[in-house]
Design a protein around this ligand. Structure first.
Ligand SMILES: NC(=O)c1ccc[n+]([C@@H]2O[C@H](COP(=O)([O-])OP(=O)(O)OC[C@H]3O[C@@H](n4cnc5c(N)ncnc54)[C@H](O)[C@@H]3O)[C@@H](O)[C@H]2O)c1
Ligand SMILES: [Fe+2]
Length: 360
């Protein structure tokens, strides 16, 4: 059987990588999309100093989980006021990078309402124009810097959309672990567990291939080794760097497979209970692992490489690992009773991402 692996993003990795922005943007007009704390952290002024007059606009109000309610005004103003901008530089976690992905592509009439119509399936979304996107993650988890997907939330309608067109692949990912030193413990943990979820979901996945497996196995092993150490030493640049690399590998893995059942379950948990993404997509991992083991000998071999032999008991060991980091792993812990949990898992299995699960 032949397999195709493709990831078109050029990755620049290492402490100090942020300084490559002038080279990558090559004198072109830039918009910066970032999170509210970036100003106080000195990040905005560093980027102003690096880009000088190239920097035409700063959007720094990105809240966690970009929602259509806030995105609409930002999108319409951006496309109306900054026709000169050629490159969007997203500096932040998945929320900033996904917001930037939405801003990158023009809908007909350059109105967010048209983009949303495409996302909600009323009509296929085809961008009329696009900007180049450079993604600079400041969390180690989402992998959004090396994937084409943007998760857009609609809390009012209890929906989650996935924006995905060719133009939403970043041209470059600039992964600078120094930018992660300011991450609080809570976000370090959530994003680290998101990376673990991406890596495991890339393995129990109908789209897995030998190349995605290579990235996924390394990402599972390294995340499980590094994350507990990092939680005890948040200011250690070597541990930040190792976690950033593990998250990048997890991103490379699921950039080709997409996610699966744990992520499919997570969307309802985030929309209904406000669970942060990294918790919502990692607490069900032991349960999904128990359903994955024994489905397919080839997948079992890769799971054993990632999690160690024997696979019997691996679900329990994974639960102990996640709980050891302070995250409860059963639905009941989140106020969801057994009957409701069964309904949720069944719905999630029928969802777009759930159908990627080998046990679906
Ligand atoms: N596109 C994808 O492939 C993909 C994959 C997984 C998750 N996601 C999405 O990403 C979002 C979650 O992203 P996330 O976990 O990276 O968190 P986030 O971007 O939501 O940020 C979480 C919090 O951390 C703050 N923060 C970020 N970087 C910081 C830093 N260096 N120092 C101090 N504070 C910082 C933010 O302001 C925010 O308050 C969710 O909306 C999720 O759906 C997307
Ligand atoms: Fe995720």
């Amino acid at each position: 059987m032949t397999a195709i692996y493709c990831n078109p993003v050029r990755s620049v990795f290492g402490a100090g990588a942020l300084s490559s922005l002038p080279d990558l943007t090559k004198g072109r007009a830039v918009a910066l999309v970032t999170f509210p704390e970036a100003g106080a952290l000195g990040l905005v002024s560093r980027i102003e100093a690096l880009l000088g007059a190239q920097l035409r606009c700063v959007i720094d109000k990105v809240q966690p989980n970009p929602d259509v309610a806030e995105l609409a005004a930002t999108y319409d103003a951006f496309w109306a006021d900054h026709p000169d901008v050629e490159v969007i530089v997203a500096v932040g976690g998945g929320s900033s990078i996904d917001t930037a992905k939405a801003l990158t592509v023009a809908a007909p009439g350059e109105r967010f309402a048209d983009l949303l119509a495409g996302l909600s399936g009323a009509q296929a979304f085809v961008p009329t124009r696009s900007k180049e996107l450079i993604a600079v993650p400041t969390t180690a988890g989402t992998g959004s810097e090396v994937t084409p997907w943007a998760t857009i939330w609609d809390k009012a309608r209890q929906k989650k959309y996935s924006l995905h067109v060719n133009e939403t692949w970043p041209s470059h990912a600039v992964i600078d672990p120094e930018l992660m030193l300011s991450l609080p413990a809570s976000v370090t943990l959530q994003s680290g567990l998101d990376a673990l979820s991406h890596a495991l979901e890339a393995i129990w996945n109908v789209n897995a291939n030998p190349v995605s497996d290579t990235f996924a196995v390394a990402a599972v092993r390294e995340t499980m080794e590094v994350l507990p150490l990092l939680m005890r030493k948040l200011d250690d640049i070597d541990l930040r760097s190792r976690m950033a690399l593990a998250a990048l590998k997890a991103g490379m893995a699921f950039s080709n497979t997409k996610t699966a059942l744990a992520h499919s379950i997570s969307y309802e948990m985030t929309l209904r209970f406000g669970l942060p993404h990294g918790i919502a997509c990692s607490f069900p991992l032991p349960m999904v692992l128990a359903r994955a083991v024994g489905r397919d000998p080839a997948r079992d071999r890769v799971l054993a490489q990632a999690l160690g032999e024997p696979l019997v008991g691996a679900s329990q060991r994974l639960a102990e690992f996640i709980e050891g980091l302070g995250v409860a792993t059963s639905f009941a812990d989140y106020g969801v009773d057994e009957h409701e949990a069964e309904r949720m898992v069944a719905d999630a299995q029928g969802g777009v991402r759930g159908r990627n699960f080998i046990g679906a």
